[in-house]
Ligand binder design. Structure first.
Ligand SMILES: NC(=O)c1ccc[n+]([C@@H]2O[C@H](COP(=O)([O-])OP(=O)(O)OC[C@H]3O[C@@H](n4cnc5c(N)ncnc54)[C@H](OP(=O)(O)O)[C@@H]3O)[C@@H](O)[C@H]2O)c1
Length: 237
């Protein structure tokens, strides 16, 4: 049995990833910060989906979630750090430090909280995997040359808070991969996907967007670590 946790799994890409991994035979802890929304989402996926209350901005909530998984499963095979927010839109100069703080608390510090709390459970697994759901908008290479990457990034948005938070998540991915050689840790870009995050303006479906998340969640023991991948292969950092 493969035990998997997906944060922010009550809707959007997280929910679709949960649906696919349940279908692949995983027992999925469906992370949601709201208990009712988590329960209702899990009920749609059947018995192999277990709702787990987890607000990634709260140390106490993350610890309680890790304690429950430890008690029930004793290990964690796959962690998908998916919870994320777009935050306020603004270019450099338009936003305050407080605007960025709220976005970083979820997209960056949230991943650190969850990783640290679940590392002991990941280390107890035979071939543990972490997937950090990042974005092409967090790529330094793409932000340095958006015109040169229109094949990879069909819509470029110079969002100060969101893009810089995902750049930080990419660096966390590299450093956790380096520090934890026994765990395959990768970042993925689902691509511009129609979800609540962007008012459903995304150009692809959640089924298409979740593809790379699912693929990296199911990477075998010989799979890559410390990489950044999109649906069509490696992406520039
Ligand atoms: N959609 C895209 O085009 C796109 C492209 C690249 C990357 N991504 C990334 O993909 C991930 C999923 O995004 P999505 O498009 O599926 O967005 P979404 O539909 O808005 O879903 C976001 C999920 O994150 C949860 N969440 C937010 N803050 C949280 C917190 N503090 N603790 C726990 N859960 C929290 C939300 O829970 P609530 O329901 O309680 O709010 C929701 O379940 C994000 O990391 C996003 O940055 C999306």
């Amino acid at each position: 049995m493969t035990t998997t946790l997906i944060t922010g799994a009550n809707r959007g890409l997280g929910l679709e990833t949960a649906r696919r991994l349940v279908a692949a035979g995983h027992t999925v802890y469906l992370g949601a910060r709201d208990e009712r929304r988590g329960r209702e989402a899990a009920e749609r996926l059947g018995d192999a989906a277990r709702p787990l209350r987890i607000d990634v901005t709260s140390d106490d909530s993350v610890k309680a979630a890790a304690d429950r998984v430890a008690e029930e499963a004793g290990r964690l095979d796959v962690l998908v750090n998916n919870a994320g927010i777009a935050g306020p839109y603004g270019e450099a100069g338009d936003l305050t430090a407080d605007d960025l703080r709220a976005v970083y608390d979820t997209n960056v510090l949230g991943a650190v909280r969850v990783l640290n709390a679940f590392l002991p459970l990941l280390r107890a697994a035979r071939a543990p995997v972490v997937v950090n759901v990042s974005s092409g908008l967090g790529s330094l290479g793409m932000n340095a040359d958006p015109e040169g990457h229109t094949d990879l990034l069909p819509v470029y948005v110079p969002a100060l808070a969101y893009n810089s938070s995902k750049a930080a998540l990419n660096m966390l991915t590299l450093l956790y991969a380096r520090a934890c050689p026994g765990i395959r840790v990768n970042a993925v870009d689902p691509g511009y996907t129609a979800t609540d995050l962007n008012g459903h303006s995304g150009l692809q479906s959640v089924e298409e967007g979740a593809e790379v998340i699912v693929r990296m969640a199911m990477t075998g023991p010989d799979g890559p670590t410390g990489g950044f991948f999109g649906n069509h292969g490696p992406l520039p950092w």
